[in-house]
Design a protein around this ligand. Structure first.
Ligand code: AMP
Length: 442
């Protein structure tokens, strides 16, 4: 087994890793870090919980130490793009943690908060900038930041960024970063759009894939309750009153649905809060904070808002509504049973959601058992449908995804294609400089 010391990271980085209590690299770290230290591009298939943040942050910081430079105004050497404010905040926090024994300034920018402070904080520039695409583009358009010094570009949760309609923003951003750079793309899934993106923007990438957390899925006790849509709130109340429930993350498909569930649970005396895209940043932070420290045991979330959230001790994941993309189910239940603990995932499946349950069973290769009705809810529970009956895909939008429509007002201009990566480096970039250094020391 590889150790962090064997990976050959600078001692400042190693010290931070040790301070965090990590003793062995996770599989994605062991596989990715050696290639990233060589300056290779990387296509990583991995989801939150695998240690992917350190997999990209540690070698990137190591590179900054290799070639230490003061930051330049309105500029950054490392750019990380992430789909949500929560994830951007967490990535920035990780960079700060891992860089605490070196001179490195990490800044974060995301939407939903006033832009003025972000403009001012960018004036002196950053070594690492973590951003959501929309806000970054706004800041670029206002001349608050420029990307011509970017040497390392990291796209995290790329599939989610595409799902959220960020493709046009991404293309505009990609057009402004230098061609000569190191590019890392992480995605939990690998639809064609992602392989196209990789083809367009990565240069001979190393591919690293860590199995979707089947081990997590195996540790999660999964069950389903067949119930009519109109009875779900009553069922949820009963499940939330289970004394074994420490902390529950409840998923709805839409923001509107999340708010409604919160209202109904509050009315029943169950403290619940929602996080989704319509909540302001301070509201989301407050909800997460209360959930983390146990003041509020129930968090209602849409897929997009919950993606990437790293909270330990979630005993129950409840699918109040089934996701209509099967992979989302795996992400959802992966929020529980973290760090070797057990977890429970309960799915409320109405008749019109049976198709989605069957899709989940196909990709996870697990037949999800029907759970006994919670006490007092026997009359709500519908009989388990036979597996022999073929279920048709429901009509209607092919994906709800919590209102993940493309961002309003961004339009669809820009035409097709984006910019092709060329090799017409205006100045020696990171890879070239590394090669030059290697030649010089040979
Ligand atoms: P991530 O997949 O980046 O969200 O990381 C998931 C969690 O694993 C975070 O809480 C990290 O602090 C933790 N972590 C990352 N790398 C290691 C490691 N090598 N050993 C132990 N924990 C780790």
């Amino acid at each position: 087994m590889t150790t962090f010391t064997e990976l050959g990271l600078h001692k400042q980085v190693l010290k931070a890793v040790t301070a965090e209590g990590y003793d062995t690299p996770t599989p994605i770290q062991a596989q990715a870090i050696p290639h990233l230290l060589e300056g290779r591009d990387l296509l990583g298939i991995a989801q939150t919980g695998t240690g992917k943040t350190a997999a990209f942050a540690l070698p990137t910081l190591d590179y900054l130490l290799d070639d230490a430079q003061p930051r330049k105004g309105k500029s950054t050497r490392v750019l990380v793009l992430a789909p949500t404010r929560e994830l951007a905040g967490q990535i920035a926090e990780s960079f700060r943690t891992y860089s605490k024994y070196m001179d490195c300034v990490t800044q974060t920018v995301f939407g939903g908060v006033k832009i003025g402070r972000q403009i001012r904080s960018l004036e002196k520039g950053a070594h690492v900038l973590v951003a959501t695409p929309g806000r970054l583009l706004d800041l670029m358009n206002q001349g608050a930041v420029r990307l011509d010094d970017v040497e390392v570009l990291i796209l995290d949760e790329a599939d989610q960024m595409l799902d959220m309609g960020f493709i046009h923003d991404l293309k505009k951003i990609m057009a402004k970063v230098p061609d000569e750079r190191q590019t890392l793309l992480f995605s939990a899934t690998m639809p064609k759009q992602i392989s196209d993106l990789a083809q367009q923007y990565l240069d001979d990438p190393v591919r690293v894939s860590v199995a979707p957390e089947s081990t997590t899925a195996e540790r999660v006790n999964q069950g389903v309750v067949h119930v009519a849509n109109g009875d779900k709130l009553q069922l949820l109340e009963a499940v939330l009153r289970d004394p074994d429930l420490e902390r529950a993350l409840v998923f709805t498909r839409t923001k509107h649905g999340a708010d409604k569930v919160v209202r109904k649970m509050m009315a029943k005396g169950i403290a619940a809060q929602a996080i989704h895209g319509n909540k302001s940043q301070p509201q989301r932070m407050k909800a997460l904070e209360a959930f983390r420290d146990g003041r509020c045991k129930v968090l209602i979330a849409t897929d997009i808002a919950a993606r990437g959230i790293d909270i330990d001790g979630i005993s129950h994941v409840i699918n109040f509504e089934m996701p209509n993309v099967a992979e989302q189910y795996v992400h959802r239940i992966g929020r529980t049973a973290r760090a070797g603990r057990e977890g429970v995932a309960v799915s409320f499946v109405a008749e019109d959601e049976l198709y989605y349950l069957r899709e989940v069973e196909k990709i996870t290769r697990i037949e999800v058992d029907t759970l006994p009705a919670p006490e007092g809810c026997e009359h709500l529970v519908l009989p388990t449908p036979s597996r022999d009956v073929r279920v048709r895909k429901p009509k209607g939008p092919s994906r709800g995804g919590g209102g993940g429509r493309s961002r309003g007002g961004q339009g669809h201009g820009g035409g097709k294609g984006g910019q092709k990566r060329g090799r017409s480096a205006k100045r020696p970039g990171k890879n070239q400089r590394r090669r030059d250094r290697e030649k010089a020391s040979a």
